[in-house]
Write a protein that binds this ligand. Sequence first.
Ligand SMILES: [Zn+2]
Ligand SMILES: [Zn+2]
Length: 376
Amino acid sequence: MERKKIEKSDFEAIISGSKDIRDYMEIDPLQGTVSFLGVRTASNPDYLVRSIYEMYEVNLNRKLAVKATEQLFRAVGLGSVGLNNFLKKLGMNLSPSEFLLLVFQLQHQQGWGAPFELVSHDEKKIVLRTRQTFESQVMKDWKMPVCGIHRGWIEGILAAITGKNWFCLETKCRANGDDYCEFVADQTEASWKWKAQAIVRGDSAITEYIEHKPIEGKVRLIDEPVVIMPRFIFTSMTNSLIKTMGEMSAGGVNYRAYMDMGRENVEYYKKMGITDPNTLADMAFTFFSQMGWFRIVAMTWNEAEKTKTITLEHTVESESFGNAGKKVCYGTAGLLAGIVEGAFGIKVRGKEISCRSKGDPNCVFEIKNRNDGNGS
Ligand SMILES: [Zn+2]
Ligand SMILES: [Zn+2]
């Protein structure tokens, strides 16, 4: 099929509303293709939309599933750089907000994106509003701000055409009972601190920042190199320590080694600009938990006894050792104590008082102050 040549006047007609995309759509029922400006498109994405949200929901909570959907569609938005270059070649230099409105107008007429109204805009902040988006209709049963697809598109489009990082939040959503969906895009540098704080607040999960290059043998977590280890390394290492120095000493060495690691981990966060002790501790607990070391069930503070009690489900050691008939989590006890020492600048002792490997329902740790200057 011969394709019509698209001119600057065509885009101007679409923007002004005197033409719409029907003039540029090609439907070929025999081939089963629909295209707009020569690019394949399609309609009725409801099933696709729901399956994406539900695929992420399997491993994340709903808020994080919306965020993961946003990340996915950010990549789609980045592709708009092609249209932007084409418009420039035609001699059209649209501002970022004008370009955003055009992209969504084109998307909307194809049955996807929402037609936006510009609420306000400057170089660093753009606020957009729409009566509803398709995902706010499809996912309305979630009863929360769900428009991750539009957030991702907005971020991706703005990043593609400005060459800078943008972060988009949905401040109002039809799926959350508001009268419209409102998006606030901020041009901001996504520093380590910014990303780490989003993880601690529960706005992001660490999976968003894992950069895995298996072919190169590299894994990074928020720009820092990490490695994936098999869990049985804990039984393997502890058993070799026991062989060389006996069980008591092996427990002590593990405790000490992991305590140093917990402390050094917090020191690293301090270097990245985190200063508040509670944030430092929460950050370390959240990161280790999301890396698979344990799940935090409860944390309590007893003022009279100056004791912090931490209840964990499935520590890496208790899972690795299985039912051993005794407490096994020396490394975890040291790690927790090291985190508290590093964050609060105090000396503490960590002790495991119940353990899954001993048959208790959870592993429970007590962290108390110590004054003896001795690490164990
Ligand atoms: Zn919405
Ligand atoms: Zn345990």
